[in-house]
Design a protein around this ligand. Sequence first.
Ligand SMILES: CC(=O)SCCNC(=O)CCNC(=O)[C@H](O)C(C)(C)COP(=O)(O)OP(=O)(O)OC[C@H]1O[C@@H](n2cnc3c(N)ncnc32)[C@H](O)[C@@H]1OP(=O)(O)O
Length: 196
Amino acid sequence: MGAPKKGTNDGSFLYDPCLLQGLDWTSLQGVMSPPITNTAPGEEWLCVRPLQVDDFDKGFISLLSQLTTVGKVSRMDFLRQFLAMEKSGGYYVTVIEDTRHKSIIGAATLVTEFKFIHDGGLRGRLEDVVVNNTYRGKQLGKLIVMTVTLLAKKLGCYKMSLDCKDPLIAFYKSLGYKLEPGNANSMIIRYETEPS
Ligand SMILES: CC(=O)SCCNC(=O)CCNC(=O)[C@H](O)C(C)(C)COP(=O)(O)OP(=O)(O)OC[C@H]1O[C@@H](n2cnc3c(N)ncnc32)[C@H](O)[C@@H]1OP(=O)(O)O
């Protein structure tokens, strides 16, 4: 099934699905074995596409709970955040659906940020990467990360960055992400109470 075809944006997508057409996977030759792309993900029942309004009913929120604490997010909460992201622009929440079960099994988000620096450039951040644990080890993690990474390039981002735990450094390095010497620290102030 791959990605939704041109002209299928009926307004239910968070962003225009046409943006996922024509991503340049040539630099990834050898990284994926067998080679897969967002438009040819290896199984006809896999679909890589922007988040849709009815993905709450397809398990999107419970998938995120395999990444971190989600808390209580009702359908209304989901819809409110979806609409806020859509209105704001710059949120490219991208998912993999198993269309046999109408189930969201993978997700990653590209967030873009307008800058005055870098000639008034656009910066990308990779956020909230997760694959359902029963589907892991089948390259779907690589697929969803590279889909949004190539989308950032297509949108004209001058760089894309991410924060991750140490064990995942090798995973992201295999996809071309680098630790820059002297510039690989992640610092945080947390404003919320840590869950017990
Ligand atoms: C920027 C962020 O959002 S960081 C947060 C990342 N997300 C999480 O930690 C949530 C829980 N984990 C997951 O959802 C998944 O394990 C993912 C998304 C990290 C990887 O998904 P998968 O579909 O299993 O990835 P995929 O099949 O493409 O595996 C690629 C490689 O990464 C390695 N890998 C995958 N997960 C991990 C991990 N948790 N720790 C170390 N290595 C890993 C695999 O061994 C594989 O290596 P290989 O190609 O040498 O065999």
